[in-house]
Design a protein around this ligand. Structure first.
Ligand SMILES: *Cc1c(COP(=O)(O)O)cnc(C)c1O
Length: 459
């Protein structure tokens, strides 16, 4: 029987949800050109599109916002945030930016030259986009077990260090601009990366003189998995584990909209390289704003500083990941295939196996997400071939190795009854899976097409 970890908080403010009928949802979806990003949030009952910026801030975070210092330069919030980053990550320099992709936009051009490779356990979609904008090439080298959705492995997000070494040997170290460790590995299903793997990857990076950086969106969830799954870490605190993990890298980019539990914000951290920090500052000013606010209001900096500590609280993380595990357990009991074990922030339903009759170029992950919306007003999204832009040269649709429908859990937002309803909806759709049809794209932009593309159901 699935077990639910009780919330370590109570509800102080509520936000009403709109209930809709199936007939209404059919109209909404048609009007949205079968793109779930085009729905109005009022047309959604349970919004699992993203865990990014969708969390509920605490009373302490809201209180800190009232203390926000809106000075143009040198605000108190900036220094508070600096202190928090130094304390939690052990890094000397921090650059706030407005969100994670802004951190990528600023940092990656400082590290990547045209024609070079960026190696990662897996690049997140915005990271992939920014590597491309540097005219560099992405290379994903996740461990093979990430592709076997049924097989239990404690750290399915790991880098395949042997393959990485072989790849560097093959192309030459000067052809690799950066190595990125994405923790947790979002694209592989929010799967964690072990401390041993971070350490080994860093060792190889150092041997070849390639900088290793961390895509740190879910650093705290990753640390929770290390604490609960990796030998030797059970007695270490989340912050101690974080400090060790980050000691192996030279810089990080972070979307604060995830583990820092704020609605907007991002960070660049640099361990000690002053020259790199100078380069980052030089790009931040024109792109994001002056260095002590980086595209954020002073009050946002305060909320991030508080949120970084709340997000690293063990009892919070046990509840948080426990909620995701609970949804996973309900699906497992019902025989629904998903990336097992669940990762930290979402359940990735294996749409390739739920809808085996839909080929990759008709987007099974998207088809299942659309069907869940019709079923119960649940909004998830595709993480599969639909998310992969066509090849810029040939125009061909790449085939993703995995076809997922991702259902994210916003932090501190939904209750056990909501989760029960989600599980039941997935089970209902699986029962009539054979009737579900694929989709085709009728319009798309050049990059990151899944956000704005228009689709139509196939007859
Ligand atoms: C969310 C995310 C980003 C991008 O962050 P935004 O704040 O959405 O711009 C980058 N990498 C990973 C792993 C993410 O989850």
């Amino acid at each position: 029987m699935a077990k639910y970890v009780p919330e370590p908080f109570k509800i102080k403010m509520v936000e009403p949800l709109t209930l809709t009928t199936r007939a209404e949802r059919e109209c909404y979806l048609k009007d949205a050109n079968y793109n779930l990003f085009a729905l109005r949030s009022d047309q959604v009952y349970i919004d699992m599109l993203s865990d990014s910026g969708t969390g509920a801030m605490s009373d302490s975070q809201w209180a800190s916002m009232f203390k926000g210092d809106e000075s143009y330069a040198g605000s108190r919030g900036y220094y508070r945030l600096m202190d928090a980053v130094k304390d939690i990550f052990g890094y000397r320099y921090v650059q706030p930016v407005h969100q994670g992709r802004a951190a990528e936009k600023v940092l990656l051009p400082c590290l990547l030259k045209e024609g070079q490779y960026s190696i990662a356990n897996m690049h997140f979609d915005t990271t992939r986009g920014h590597v491309g904008l540097c005219k560099a090439i992405v290379k994903d080298l996740v461990v093979p077990e990430a592709h076997d959705t049924d097989k239990y492995a404690p750290f399915k997000g790991n880098m395949d260090v042997h393959a990485m070494k072989a790849f560097i040997e093959q192309v030459g170290a000067d052809k690799v601009g950066v190595i990125i460790m994405t923790i947790t590995n979002n694209t592989a299903g929010g799967q964690p990366v072990s401390m041993e793997n971070i350490r080994e990857t860093a060792k190889v990076a150092r041997e070849y003189g390639i900088p290793m950086i961390i895509d740190a969106a879910r650093f705290a969830e990753n640390a929770y998995f290390i604490k609960t799954r990796e030998p030797g870490y059970a007695d270490k605190s989340i912050i101690e584990i974080t400090r060790e993990a980050f000691s192996y890298a030279s810089a990080f980019t972070m979307s604060a909209k995830k583990d820092a539990i704020v609605n907007m914000g991002g960070l660049i951290g640099i361990k000690d390289d002053e020259r790199l920090f100078d380069a980052v500052k030089a790009l931040t000013v024109p792109y994001e704003g002056f260095v002590t606010y980086g595209g954020l209001a002073g009050r946002d900096l305060e909320a991030i500083a508080v949120g970084l500590y709340e997000g690293t609280d063990f009892d919070y993380l046990r509840y948080r990941i426990g909620q995701v595990e609970y949804l996973g357990e309900l699906l497992r009991e019902a025989g629904v295939p998903f990336q097992y074990p669940v990762g930290g922030h979402a359940v990735f339903v294996d749409a390739k196996r739920v809808l085996p009759h839909i080929p990759y170029y008709q987007f099974p992950g998207q088809a299942l997400a659309l069907e869940l919306y019709l079923e119960a007003g649940i909004r998830g999204c595709d993480v599969g071939s639909y998310m992969l832009d066509p090849d810029p040269v040939t125009g061909e649709q790449p085939e993703s190795e995995m076809e997922f429908t991702r259902l994210c859990l916003p932090r501190r937002v939904y209750t056990q009854a909501h989760i029960d309803l989600v599980a039941q909806a997935i089970v209902n759709v699986q029962k009539r899976a054979k009737q579900v049809k694929g989709y085709e794209i009728v319009w798309q932009p050049k990059v990151l097409r899944h956000f704005t593309a228009k689709l139509r159901p196939l007859a």
